[in-house]
Design a protein around this ligand. Structure first.
Ligand code: PDD
Length: 268
C-alpha cells in the first residue's frame, strides 16, 4: 500500500515501549543480499524477546521478493519490523497480542565510490547501550544520540567505547588491522553480530589473513595500522581519522582495500 495509508495504533507496543525487532536488507542487482542470514538473525532476535515470529522464512522470502518486484527500484533497501502488537499500556505483556508487522521497500542509494576511495572520518563516543546489543531491537535511543553527535561533528560514524574497549559503530561493526591481523569485537551481548561482519571475516580468512575476535582498547584503536567499518549500508569502508587523529598513513590501507574489493566481487 502507499506509505501514507499505512497506520499503526497509538497503543502499539513498538510505539509505547520500543518492544519489537527489525532487520535491514539491501539488494544487489535487484536481488536481496544474504537474505537467509538476515532472516536467521530476525528469528534469533524474536526468540530472545519471546516474540511470536509471524512468518516462516519461506513466507518472508515471498513477501520480500514480491515487495522488491512491485517497488521496481534499481536497488532497494528492505526494512522489516515486528512489534509485540497492540495492548493497553502495561510494561508486562500478555502472550495474546498479535504482532504488528511492517515491511517497507525504499530505493537504496549506495555510497558514492569516491567516499570509498578516500575513506571517512569517525569519532568515538561512550557506549551507553543496554546489555543485549546482540538483539536487533527497536530500542535505538543510544544509537540515535550517537548518530546525532556524528551529524553535529560532521563525521561519518560514531565508534562506541564501553569501559575503554571498542565495541562497534552506531550503525556498523568496526574492524582494526594490527600487522596482518584483522581484529574485531567478539560476538556476544556487547555487539550486533553483523551479517557483513561475518562475510568479511570469512573473506579475510580465505585471503590468508589471520583474524582475532577480541576487544581492542581505545588507545590501540588510534595506533592501529588500519580501521574499517562493515555493514549492509557501508559495505567495507576505511576510516582514516578518528577524533581528529590520523589512522595509519591517512589513506585506506591495503587490507581494507583488498577486503573491499573481495566484498565487491562476492556481492557481484
Ligand atoms: N544497522 N552494528 C549495528 C549497531 C548496526 O545497527 C548495524 C546495521 C551493524 C551492521 O550489521 P549488518 O552487517 O548486518 O548490516 C552493526 C542497520 C543497517 C540499521 O540499523 O539501519
Amino acid at each position: 500500500m502507499p506509505l501514507a495509508e499505512a497506520k499503526v495504533s497509538i497503543e502499539d507496543r513498538g510505539f509505547q515501549f520500543g518492544d519489537g525487532i527489525y532487520e535491514v536488507i539491501r539488494t544487489y542487482g535487484g536481488r536481496p543480499f544474504s537474505l537467509e542470514a538476515h532472516l536467521a538473525r530476525l528469528d534469533r532476535s524474536a526468540t530472545a524477546l519471546a516474540l511470536t515470529q509471524p512468518y516462516s522464512r519461506a513466507e518472508w522470502t515471498d513477501y520480500i521478493l514480491e515487495g522488491i518486484k512491485r517497488a521496481d527500484y534499481p536497488e532497494a533497501k528492505i526494512y522489516l519490523q515486528i512489534t509485540r502488537g497492540v495492548a493497553p499500556r502495561d510494561h508486562a505483556y500478555s502472550d495474546e497480542a498479535t504482532p504488528t508487522v511492517v515491511m517497507t521497500v525504499r530505493e537504496f542509494h549506495p555510497l558514492d565510490r569516491s567516499v570509498q576511495a578516500t575513506g571517512v572520518d569517525a569519532m568515538t563516543t561512550e557506549d551507553i547501550r543496554w546489555g543485549r546489543c546482540d538483539i536487533k531491537s527497536l530500542n535505538l535511543l543510544a544509537n540515535v544520540l550517537a548518530r546525532q553527535k556524528v551529524k553535529q561533528a560532521q563525521v561519518f560514524e560514531a565508534i562506541l567505547v564501553n569501559a575503554g574497549l571498542v565495541t562497534e559503530g552506531a550503525i556498523s561493526n568496526v574492524m582494526v588491522v594490527q600487522g596482518e591481523t584483522v581484529v574485531t569485537a567478539p560476538e556476544g551481548p556487547r555487539i550486533l553480530s553483523g551479517v557483513t561482519r561475518g562475510i568479511v571475516l570469512d573473506l579475510a580468512l580465505s585471503e590468508g589473513l589471520s583474524i582475532q575476535e577480541r576487544f581492542v582498547s581505545q588507545p590501540d584503536l588510534y595506533e592501529a595500522n588500519e580501521v574499517f567499518l562493515t555493514g549492509t549500508t557501508v559495505e567495507v569502508l576505511a576510516v582514516i581519522r578518528i577524533d581528529g587523529k590520523v589512522i595509519g598513513d591517512g589513506r585506506p590501507g591495503p587490507i581494507a582495500q583488498r577486503l573491499a574489493a573481495s566484498f565487491t566481487s562476492r556481492v557481484g
